[in-house]
Design a binder for this molecule. Structure first.
Ligand code: CP
Length: 334
């Protein structure tokens, strides 16, 4: 895979070699993310950070990652604050904003919209989530986290058992992660969701074609002995109505009591976040916060490393970052 100057729109662009390249650069980003040193390798470069749908961690971690490499960030948030609300096309928006930026990260509620935008862009575009379709950078940071967590427990991605739980229909992170896992060997998938929110057939076909085993169920009980348990939120914003989303909220709650009774003692719990902490949902209870195998905040920290790596590779500076190193003068928490 050629990174320099390329758009990153889908996980289907990646092979194992490309993933290993991203992870190797991400590992080198740790001292910068931990503020042990800083680099200004991207000084003068501008990230256009365009989020036409709500986001906390993807938007801010893209911005932080770019700042940590020494670049500047210009943002627009929300459809109503952009000229898209006045009928401007994605193509025109891309032509204009790519004149103001060296690279663009974008989220939009419509499937395929980021690829459409990229056609009009003169600079690389990174997909920060397009509707229910894909979230490739989330999948990469999830996979990076899975590799780190399994290595800690003395095992590997090849041969692992992953349980995916919740809204597998509209949850784009599980679509992208499943497709990336198709590049690995002998994985066992347990797909737990209400029947109405089952994993799309195209993803199941990809899992099957990769030679992986899978179980589809609407029951938690008897299915939680996985190496990785990947919980998801009911994606209420993609349902035809709130009433319909309400039918599924809180169906698959996980808490420490369930963990103790049904999980392996080393099962890693993941969630792309945000978790819905309202009482009627509470899919991942706060009583898991002290469980050492809860990896959700390691995922969010890893997101900065992976996004830094993608910026460095896409802008072609991955091999010269250290040449622009500077010391850090402020107090850094260990
Ligand atoms: N995981 C994720 O995409 O979170 P945000 O919606 O906060 O960006």
């Amino acid at each position: 895979m050629k990174f320099a100057g390329s758009h990153i729109l889908s996980v289907s662009q990646f092979d194992r070699e490309a993933i290993e390249r991203v992870f190797s650069i991400a590992n080198q980003m740790l001292p910068y993310a931990k503020r042990q040193k800083r680099t200004n390798v991207l000084e003068g470069a501008i990230l256009g950070n365009l989020f036409f749908e709500p986001s906390t961690r993807t938007r801010v971690s893209f911005g932080s990652a770019f700042n940590l490499l020494g670049g500047d960030v210009r943002e627009t948030t929300g459809m109503s604050n952009s000229a898209l609300a006045k009928g401007e096309s994605l193509y025109d928006t891309a032509r204009v904003l790519s004149g103001y930026s060296d690279i663009i990260a974008m989220r939009h509620p419509a499937s395929g919209s980021v690829a459409e935008f990229a056609e009009g862009s003169r600079v690389p575009v990174i997909n920060g989530g397009d509707g229910a379709n894909e979230h490739p950078t989330q999948a990469l940071l999830d996979l990076y986290t899975i590799e780190k967590e399994l290595t800690f427990h003395g095992s590997h991605i090849d041969g692992m058992h992953i349980a995916m739980i919740g809204d597998l229909k509209y949850g784009r992170t599980v679509h992208s992660l499943s497709k990336l896992l198709c590049l690995f060997k002998n994985i066992r998938f347990t797909l737990i969701s209400p029947r109405e929110l089952a994993m799309p057939q195209a993803v199941i076909d990809a899992i099957e074609n990769a030679g992986h085993r899978y179980t589809i169920t609407d029951q938690l009980e008897g299915h939680l002995d996985a190496d990785i348990c990947y919980q998801t939120r009911i994606q209420e914003e993609r349902f035809p109505s709130q009433q319909e989303a309400n039918l599924f909220r809180g169906k698959f709650r996980l808490n420490q009591d369930i963990y103790t009774k049904h999980f392996q003692s080393k099962t890693v719990i993941m969630h792309p976040l945000p978790r819905d902490s309202r009482a009627e949902a509470n899919e991942l209870d706060n009583d898991l916060n002290l469980n050492p195998n809860l990896a959700i905040f390691r995922q969010t920290d890893n997101g900065v490393l992976v996004r830094m790596a993608l910026f460095a590779l896409t802008l072609g500076v991955q091999d010269i970052i250290h040449k622009f190193d500077h010391p850090v003068h402020w107090h850094v928490r260990p």
